[in-house]
Design a protein around this ligand. Structure first.
Ligand SMILES: NC(=O)c1ccc[n+]([C@@H]2O[C@H](COP(=O)([O-])OP(=O)(O)OC[C@H]3O[C@@H](n4cnc5c(N)ncnc54)[C@H](OP(=O)(O)O)[C@@H]3O)[C@@H](O)[C@H]2O)c1
Length: 229
């Protein structure tokens, strides 16, 4: 019998990360998941099989927390999929570039670019051994110039390029930068404070396309889920 596949998903207490974790768990995957708010993370994993989920509360920008995630993977001895999903807008409402606090700008990059790369570096031996996949969750704000989106958008553009170069350097690992499209989540509401976002699809609607992509032989590169469904 084929052994269970193992995924690490960051930011799995709600939104896209939670919906993806639920679907992969239902498909028999073993998961390592995180988020900063421990109470929400505990609720999110409540309905998942105890023996196939390791939930570790913490901030991906914290090197000590990342070491805990890597230790969890080491204890499992294998990693097939790393989903760098946790991300920050920086502030709500979104600050324009002429006024954004430079420390906040730096913090956006810490969460959205530095942490995903650091986690990937630490887990590359496992991902190489399994010929695994890295999914870096990106955004159309990486390629479009929306007012107010300069901090977040430029960090996602940097994440796209990190993904592309990593793929060139590591043909043994598949590196996908995936734009899920608009979703009705806390992050999206924070981007449009006070606006009705009920016309945006729930993250669960994106998951079938994302899972199909993960399970396909689609090569490394940047992809929009909307192109796949
Ligand atoms: N929603 C959209 O319309 C949209 C569009 C394009 C791309 N995206 C991308 O899709 C991904 C998921 O976003 P979402 O909309 O599902 O967001 P969300 O509902 O706000 O969920 C974000 C998740 O990440 C966790 N998280 C945030 N910062 C973290 C940190 N520093 N360390 C650890 N966990 C952290 C959150 O929990 P805690 O806050 O408790 O840590 C939560 O579990 C992101 O990469 C986002 O950029 C979203």
């Amino acid at each position: 019998m084929e052994s269970t596949r193992i995924a690490l998903i960051t930011g799995a207490s709600q939104g896209l990360g939670r919906a993806l974790a639920a679907e992969l768990a239902a498909r028999g995957w073993t998961l390592v998941v995180d988020a900063r708010r421990a109470d929400r993370l505990a609720v999110a994993v409540e309905s998942l099989p105890d023996d196939r989920v390791i939930a570790i509360p913490g901030d991906i920008a914290d090197p000590a927390h990342r070491s805990q995630l890597v230790a969890a993977v080491e204890s499992l001895g294998r990693l097939d999929l790393l989903v760098n999903n946790a991300s920050t807008l920086g502030a709500s409402p979104l600050p324009a570039l002429d006024a954004i606090d430079i420390d906040l700008f730096r913090q956006i990059y810490e969460v959205n670019v530095v942490a995903p790369l650091a986690l990937t570096q630490a887990l590359l031996p496992f991902l190489g051994a399994s010929h695994g996949t890295v999914v870096n969750v990106t955004s159309d704000a990486a390629v479009e110039a929306y007012e107010g989106w300069g901090g977040y958008g430029s960090s996602k553009a940097a994440l796209d390029q990190v993904s592309a170069v990593l793929a060139a350097e590591h043909p043994d690992v598949r590196v996908l930068a995936v734009d899920p499209g608009d979703m009705r989540t806390e992050m999206h509401q924070d981007a449009f404070p006070g606006e009705d976002i009920s016309d945006r699809p729930l993250p669960e609607a994106v998951v079938p396309g994302l899972v199909a992509l993960i399970e396909s032989g689609h090569p490394s590169g940047r992809t929009r889920v909307a192109e796949l469904v």
